[in-house]
Design a protein around this ligand. Structure first.
Ligand code: FAD
Length: 270
């Protein structure tokens, strides 16, 4: 790998390694620098049936441990018959580090909340996604060969190197102007001059560059995401993330995952 990691990127790499060590069952690495973690979830299958039963009874499950076959049947029927709102009471927060071209597809899932890494306040993550052999194959045929990938990597590295050099020069000019009294002294933690330099220099970062996101989503919307982005017609890279997000969710809520898959398969078969 020809990339030179900048300090923020090295810190992020260290943080991801730590998250994988602390939460091995809740994390996955993807591609050469990608990552996803299911950090937290609120509610469970009992929340869903309890919410639905407000229509008809005061009986509530105290916890998932009380779940019976009758509750399973209700969960299935609610999903099958598109009774959507009870499924909006269960939430998930993922964190993922993914290439910007994947984020452009992901952000189209508007019914969800995003918080993303800022390239005004920080230097970009100095890594670009590099497709492995699997990603380059269609029906066994490699659409990009090793030579093309080597050039691709070199181009990406060149862009990040250019950013680092220009940023260094901009900082030197800002410091010199400040020392000469030409621009105001920095007040507080942030420097608007450096911030503006970062805002402009980020324009050369490729869509293969990675970004870092917190994604909070209710189950109804998450099911829609899984349904659309785990299908073979979704792009390979977002499918990798969607499959990993699904595995992490299924490990946490196996009954809901199983019921969802059953309903989606039945609907697909219609
Ligand atoms: C294989 C594939 C190819 C794609 N290609 C393209 C492409 O070329 N260009 C492109 O722009 N997008 C493309 N998309 C994105 C796609 O059109 C959807 O925007 C994306 O999948 C999000 O789905 P969604 O709208 O159901 O999700 P969300 O935005 O999360 O919405 C969830 C649900 O809420 C409802 N909803 C949300 N917003 C509205 C609204 N404004 N009005 C009415 N109902 C609403 C809908 O029922 C929707 O299903 C592609 C998606 C896939 C899977």
């Amino acid at each position: 790998m020809s990339f030179t990691l900048n300090k923020p990127t090295q810190e992020l790499a260290d943080e991801v390694a730590l998250r994988c060590e602390l939460n091995p069952a809740g994390t996955r690495r993807i591609g050469n620098f990608g990552f996803i973690e299911l950090e937290d979830a609120w509610g469970d299958e009992a929340t869903i049936v309890n919410t639905a039963r407000i229509s008809s009874t005061n009986k509530r499950l105290r916890s998932l441990a009380d779940f019976t076959d009758k509750d399973r049947a209700l969960l299935y029927l609610l999903l099958k018959d598109n009774h959507g709102t009870p499924f909006e009471t269960v939430y998930f927060r993922y964190r993922f580090i993914a290439p910007i071209f994947v984020l452009r597809q992901w952000v189209k899932h508007r019914v969800s909340s995003w918080n993303e890494f800022s390239m005004r306040y920080r230097k970009p993550i100095s890594m670009a996604y590099v497709p492995d052999v699997e990603a380059r194959r269609v029906d066994g045929f490699e659409v990009l060969d090793e030579a093309a990938v080597a050039e691709y990597e070199a181009l990406m590295a060149q862009l990040f190197d250019w950013y680092e050099r220009q940023y260094e020069q901009a900082c030197q000019r800002i410091d010199a102007a400040r020392a000469a009294g030409e621009i105001p002294q920095k007040e507080g933690g942030r420097d608007p001059f450096r911030g503006r330099a970062r805002e402009l220099l980020r324009n050369v970062t490729p869509v293969a560059a990675y970004s870092d996101v917190y994604w909070t989503i209710n189950f109804r919307s998450l099911m829609n995401f899984f349904n659309l982005r785990r299908k073979p017609d979704a792009q390979y890279e977002i499918r990798q993330y969607a499959d990993a997000a699904f595995e992490l969710f299924a490990a946490r809520m196996p009954l809901l995952a199983e019921t969802m898959m059953q309903v989606l398969h039945e609907k697909d078969g219609q």
